[in-house]
Design a protein around this ligand. Sequence first.
Ligand SMILES: NC(=O)c1ccc[n+]([C@@H]2O[C@H](COP(=O)([O-])OP(=O)(O)OC[C@H]3O[C@@H](n4cnc5c(N)ncnc54)[C@H](OP(=O)(O)O)[C@@H]3O)[C@@H](O)[C@H]2O)c1
Length: 290
Amino acid sequence: MKIVILGVGGRLGAALLREYRDKFDVAGFNHRQLNLSDLAAVREKLRNTRFDILINAAGFTKVDLCETQPDRAFLINAEAPRVVAEICDEKNARLIHFSTDYVFGGERREPYTEEDQASPISVYGESKLAGENNVLAAKSQNLVVRVSWVFGPDRPSFIDAMIQQAQENDEVDAVADKFSTPTYTLDIAAMLPQFFDANAEGGILHFANAGQCSWREYAQWAVDCCHDGGLPLKAKTIGERELRDMTNWIARRPIYSVLSSRKYTKLTGISPRTWREAVSDYITRFYSKK
Ligand SMILES: NC(=O)c1ccc[n+]([C@@H]2O[C@H](COP(=O)([O-])OP(=O)(O)OC[C@H]3O[C@@H](n4cnc5c(N)ncnc54)[C@H](OP(=O)(O)O)[C@@H]3O)[C@@H](O)[C@H]2O)c1
């Protein structure tokens, strides 16, 4: 079974490549090696590459830039996945495509399931939803995995920015009225092989660490874990900001985008660990030794 991963220069793609290297026959393309904006190059490269599973972890993920560059967003996040799905279909290969909690509008106050209607409020969310639809239209057996607030060692994210700010400043604050669930790349890497089989579930699957929090609670827990791990920080308490204070944001973001992993648990019998355990593990492994 040969696996090819797109987006191996990114936070998730890099983690998948590293975690699978010793367990599977796996190769990957980064942005430079395969530019998803060049659909002809995508066709040529993938037609000439042998694989049984293709994992697409590449995407135009800069939420504000998508707002000002909608054509680019739809090309990379929607058109390229359609072409990738066509080639997977030709090769009878399984396609696993990553998507986002930002396909939801954020009007709910309980976790979104796979059956809930997506209603994006940003170009990023719209383009990702179009990508999902294109992937599933090509073959219903394709798998779209929606994840939220992804963090991990391969590329800094919100949590790393918060830790750095707390190292440098006495006072740090974070948005306290926006909610989802941090999800660890290594936990995604550990769960995904359950869906490698050609006969495994297709359609949409939500996967997130368990629980939910605001960005402020997420940052506070990260700071608490750093203190426990002996990492010196200037700030001990994360102050509150409101979403409406984020005046430099261009795109709208959902206030609430918690994903329910109930379907995943029903299919596998496994419950994802809590986001607090995952963050604690991340900080112990990648910060405490620094
Ligand atoms: N990060 C999150 O919080 C989050 C939340 C929900 C869902 N997701 C989804 O999870 C997946 C992985 O995200 P991530 O966190 O790993 O994001 P990431 O670190 O931004 O990785 C995305 C990768 O795609 C590459 N890319 C961008 N444009 C490309 C193009 N035209 N051709 C080829 N590659 C291109 C990027 O390369 P460059 O860096 O060189 O541009 C980067 O390596 C995406 O589908 C994303 O929508 C992420």
